[in-house]
Design a protein around this ligand. Structure first.
Ligand SMILES: [Zn+2]
Length: 139
C-alpha cells in the first residue's frame, strides 16, 4: 500500500570531490575496523551518536560514511543500526534506512515522530539552508 499524503521533494545529500577528499582523510583517521564493524573513534555525542564536523557543521558520522560509500542519502533520513552492532558502528552495510523489525519499541517511536511531524508545518526548508555544501537534487 502506498501512502497517499503528499511528500515534499526529497533532498539528496552529495559532496563535491574536493570536500569528499578533505572529509575522507579526517574520517579515516577516526575510524577503526573491528571484524566487519567500522567503529567511530571520534566525537560521540551523548556517548551514542558518532559525529563529524563537515564545513563547520556537525554531521552524523554514519551519514557521512553512507554518502562516501556511494549510497543515496535523503536529507534527514535516519540510518538504523543492525542488531548486535556497537553504538559507534558506522559501517554502511550495517545500517539501513528502514527501521529494523526486531525492535517494536523503536518502530513505535518512529511512528510517533512521523505523526508529530505531519502536524507541524514542513521543517525541511530550514535544514536545507543550514547545509550549504549539500547539493540539492530530486529523484
Ligand atoms: Zn556493525
Amino acid at each position: 500500500m502506498f501512502h497517499t499524503h503528499r511528500r515534499p521533494s526529497r533532498t539528496l545529500v552529495t559532496m563535491s570531490p574536493a570536500l569528499l577528499a578533505d572529509v575522507r582523510a579526517r574520517f579515516e583517521a577516526n575510524c577503526r575496523r573491528s571484524g566487519t564493524h567500522l567503529l567511530w573513534t571520534g566525537d560521540l555525542h551523548r556517548g551514542a551518536w558518532p559525529r563529524i564536523s563537515v564545513d563547520r557543521r556537525t554531521w552524523s558520522a554514519a551519514a557521512v560514511a553512507w554518502v562516501m560509500s556511494g549510497r543515496l542519502y535523503i536529507l534527514g533520513s535516519r540510518l538504523w543500526r543492525r542488531p548486535g552492532c556497537p553504538a559507534n558502528c558506522i559501517e554502511p552495510r550495517h545500517r539501513s534506512v528502514e527501521a529494523p523489525r526486531w525492535s517494536p519499541r523503536r518502530r513505535a517511536a518512529e511512528q510517533r515522530r512521523k505523526s508529530s511531524a505531519t502536524r507541524r508545518s514542513a521543517p525541511n526548508a530550514a535544514s536545507e539552508t543550514s547545509m550549504p555544501w549539500a547539493a540539492k537534487g530530486t529523484e
